[in-house]
Design a protein around this ligand. Structure first.
Ligand code: HEC
Ligand code: HEC
Ligand code: HEC
Length: 424
């Protein structure tokens, strides 16, 4: 990026952090064999006070510089936008100081924090083994696709594809701190409405603030307070699971969540309840399934979503084996053979491209990325083996099976489905 462009941007951007995408990557360290090209970049949060320093750092090796000139994509992080995006996380994470751990750990002060360091949270061995701190780069990598960034993580989240969304989110996460990382102690960051401590930040600035600056900071501070208050007030009222289900879900999923072929699947189906984890339900309800008729419900708030899951669990008839199913090994097989089986048997109900109802089928969109990102290969394998009683999804193994597929053939299909979602 040349100096002129930088000045134009830094000058015109008042509210927000400047995030610059460069070329080094965290991914290379985490998934050694398969670096992901599209996520191979670095984010540097730059603002007025650290601009010179950050640029100076970039001067050194000529080759790297060349790279930077072609690859850098400056992105302005909008904190209030970031706060909105963070609602997707609220089903599992709290963001307030000393907030409780949910399905995921509390995220106050996450920027700069040591990875997997909350004492009373049970992290996956994979995340614990990661080491290092949450920097812009590591956060960005984790937000693209948690499961690819840290294979084995128990965070079920589809990921944020758009760099702008991730930049906004990371900008917001950085603001959740008693001692925001240095780049934030600047007038630029201080003016962002979501950052508390606006005045302190101004004081930390080297130049003298003008009276206008201070007045503005005051207004901003009170606005931030107001925003905090109203977000507390706006917290959705807590309700019972059955009421919440009737209000929000019954129109599509029907009474007692028995489902309706070609319209919405059964949620109280015994086989589904037996192999689906709470994480799967919470993630699906909070995020919806992009590109299908299943909308996101993150606005209901974590507690209400949990209440709905509890309501669904009341219909449980079979022992819960979600843990065991999710711990099954990943599928290995031949996607070409998988495609043949898929096109021949599964496409009638699930659509040739795995688009489900969209394609006029009675089965769900099993080629959908959001779906595939929330389920393990074990979940897919057992669903195909056992089917779902009282739905059109018959078992594909055993004497009542529609076709008696071998374990290998089922794995071929799973490998094909995963490939289908990637090539979308
Ligand atoms: C369905 C639940 C769920 C959702 C939704 C979710 N997370 Fe997580 N998150 C988790 C779990 C579980 C962990 C612990 C992961 C592990 O131990 O492998 C985690 C861990 C993390 C960590 C590491 C924390 C630490 O202490 O090292 C970060 C950062 C994080 N999540 C950010 C987010 C953000 C940002 C979002 C929204 C864009 C989000 N998560 C959405 C469940 C979730
Ligand atoms: C506008 C219709 C609609 C509403 C309202 C709706 N859903 Fe859905 N839901 C769907 C559709 C359609 C699918 C299947 C999407 C697909 O093809 O993958 C689905 C799928 C799901 C799944 C995945 C089930 C599986 O078999 O994997 C869950 C869980 C779910 N919905 C829960 C809920 C809950 C809880 C609510 C209420 C808070 C709700 N849905 C509201 C239409 C809806
Ligand atoms: C006769 C129609 C039909 C055929 C053929 C069929 N399915 Fe299904 N499948 C369904 C229906 C219907 C559901 C959802 C059950 C419900 O509505 O509650 C489903 C659900 C699934 C699910 C769970 C999806 C989710 O949203 O949780 C998977 C995975 C699946 N099918 C895989 C397959 C595979 C692989 C094949 C081919 C070997 C196949 N199905 C063949 C009708 C079918």
């Amino acid at each position: 990026m040349n100096a002129f462009k930088f000045n134009v941007m830094a000058g015109s951007i008042l509210f927000g952090l400047l995030v610059v995408f460069g070329s080094r990557s965290f991914i290379n360290e985490t998934s050694k064999n398969e670096p992901l090209e599209k996520s191979a970049y670095e984010i540097i949060v730059v603002d007025e006070s650290t601009k010179a320093e950050a640029l100076a750092k970039k001067e050194a090796p000529i080759e790297e510089k060349k790279n930077l000139e072609t690859n850098i994509q400056p992105i302005v992080a909008n904190l209030s936008q970031g706060k909105k995006i963070a609602k997707k996380c609220a089903a599992c994470h709290s963001f307030n100081k000393n907030g409780k751990n949910g399905l995921g750990p509390n995220l106050y002060g996450i920027a700069g924090r040591q990875i997997a360091s909350i004492k009373d949270f049970k992290y996956s061995p994979a995340l614990k083994a990661k080491g290092g701190n949450w920097t812009n780069e590591t956060l960005d990598c984790f937000m693209i696709k948690p499961k690819e960034c840290v294979p084995g993580t128990k965070m079920v989240f589809a990921g944020l594809k758009k760099p702008k969304q991730r930049a906004d989110l990371i900008g917001y996460l950085r603001s959740l701190s008693d001692t925001p990382p240095p780049a934030q102690k600047s007038p630029v960051a201080a003016k962002a409405p979501d950052v508390p401590k606006a005045k302190e930040s101004l004081v930390a600035k080297k130049e003298q603030p003008t009276p206008k600056d201070i007045a503005k900071a005051k207004v901003i501070k009170s606005k931030a307070k107001l925003a905090q208050k109203s977000s507390v007030q706006k917290k959705p009222p807590l309700k019972k699971g059955d009421e919440l289900f009737n209000e929000n879900c019954q129109a599509c999923h029907q009474a007692d969540a028995i489902g309706k072929p070609g319209f919405a699947p059964s949620l109280t189906n015994p086989e589904l309840l037996s192999i689906a984890s709470d994480e799967f339900f919470i993630a699906t309800i909070a995020q919806g399934r992009e590109g299908t008729g299943m909308p996101p419900f993150s606005h209901l708030g974590a507690e209400n979503i949990k209440a709905i899951v509890k309501f669904l669990r009341k219909h449980e008839k079979l022992p819960n084996r979600a843990k065991e199913v999710n711990a099954q090994p990943d599928a290995h097989g031949d996607p070409r053979l998988g495609k043949q089986w898929y096109d021949y048997i599964c496409s009638t109900c699930h659509g040739l491209g795995g688009n489900g109802y969209e394609a006029g089928g009675t089965g769900t969109a099993i080629g959908n990325k959001t779906f595939l990102n929330t389920v393990s290969d074990g979940f897919l394998r057992v669903t195909i083996q056992k089917g779902r009683s009282n739905t059109r999804m018959l078992p594909f193994q055993g004497p009542e099976g529609m076709a008696n597929l071998s374990d290998g053939e089922i794995d071929d299909i799973i490998v094909y489905l995963r490939k289908l979602a990637q090539s979308e």
